[in-house]
Design a binder for this molecule. Structure first.
Ligand SMILES: C[S@@+](CC[C@H](N)C(=O)[O-])C[C@H]1O[C@@H](n2cnc3c(N)ncnc32)[C@H](O)[C@@H]1O
Length: 273
């Protein structure tokens, strides 16, 4: 273990909490800074330095590599498509390098040009990151159910994507969000909704604060009803992590479980159809 970098033997395993998986990492012996840069450049163009020790030497090597654009993404743009490798210095003369990584972003950290005036909270960044990684997002003509919507960051983001939104929360929405066209607010518990009465919806989104098992029961109820097509839900852990419920979410056929760079002690679960 080197800081956030965990080395594990064997083939890749599903690891929802990992921010970025280094595939087939290789050890490279280096004789000098120039030699290190030459050997990395020979493998490919773009490299992100994972800098956990020997900072000065590592920075001098990175300085000899081609610049990788650090521009934040505008939401709606696809993630960078050029392969991005990761590398680090294990000691002064040994590099660990993985030309192929699971995330298109350095260290799995997506950054966006933020909207600091429109949304009432920064929670909308979870949706932006998730939809960018999934390569799909709601759009005009689609209906989204936003559970646990207050103060309205997700509803704001979904409305800006052109979708119609039903926002559900016992708490009020920010007035500016509530006033947006295409947003209806149900002031009630998400758990009391009857899918047969509300559905069909194109997207069921949930950012409700609740125990994971309670969210799983809600999702299963909607899945059984067949009244929601796509799902994007935050699984929030309180205290210790409920790994059993996380595994149950992951085992739903077609599901994807991920830890977004903006997620704290929570995972994002998606099911797209
Ligand atoms: C993290 S906040 C959601 C933030 C929101 N996604 C945004 O972008 O602004 C969690 C919300 O879950 C709501 N919540 C908690 N229990 C709920 C329930 N049973 N039904 C509906 N909403 C609930 C809370 O009132 C709170 O507004």
């Amino acid at each position: 273990m080197h800081g956030r970098l965990l080395l594990a033997a064997g083939p890749p395993r599903a690891a929802a909490w990992s921010q970025n998986v280094w595939h087939e990492p290789m050890r490279i012996e280096i004789a000098s800074i120039g030699d290190a840069a030459k050997k990395l450049r020979a493998l490919q163009r773009n490299w992100a330095l994972y800098d956990f020790q020997l900072h000065r030497r590592a920075a001098l090597i990175q300085a000899q590599l081609p610049k990788v654009s650090a521009k934040p993404l505008r939401f709606g743009e696809p993630p960078p498509s050029a392969p991005l490798g990761s590398w680090t210095l294990l000691d002064a003369n040994t590099i660990l390098a993985a030309p192929r990584c699971s995330s298109p972003f350095p260290h799995g950290e997506a950054r966006f040009v933020e909207d600091r005036t429109g949304p009432p909270s920064r929670a909308y960044l979870k949706l932006w990151e998730a939809f960018t990684l999934l390569g799909r997002k709601p759009g005009p003509g689609e209906l989204c159910l936003d559970l646990g919507a207050a103060p309205g960051g997700w509803s704001w983001a979904l409305q800006k994507m052109g979708a119609e939104v039903i926002s559900v929360d016992k708490a009020p929405l920010d007035p500016a969000v509530a006033a947006l066209p295409g947003i209806a607010h149900l002031r009630q518990s998400a758990f009391a909704l009857d899918p047969a009465e509300v559905g069909p919806v194109d997207w069921l989104c949930s950012d409700v604060i609740c125990y994971p098992a309670r969210l799983l029961a809600l999702v299963q109820r909607w899945l059984e009803s067949g009244r929601a097509r796509n799902y994007l839900c935050t699984i929030k852990f309180q205290g210790s992590t409920d790994h059993a419920t996380a595994r149950a979410f992951a085992s739903i056929p077609g599901a994807r479980l991920m830890h977004l760079s903006v997620n704290k002690h929570e995972l994002t679960w998606a099911l797209l159809r």
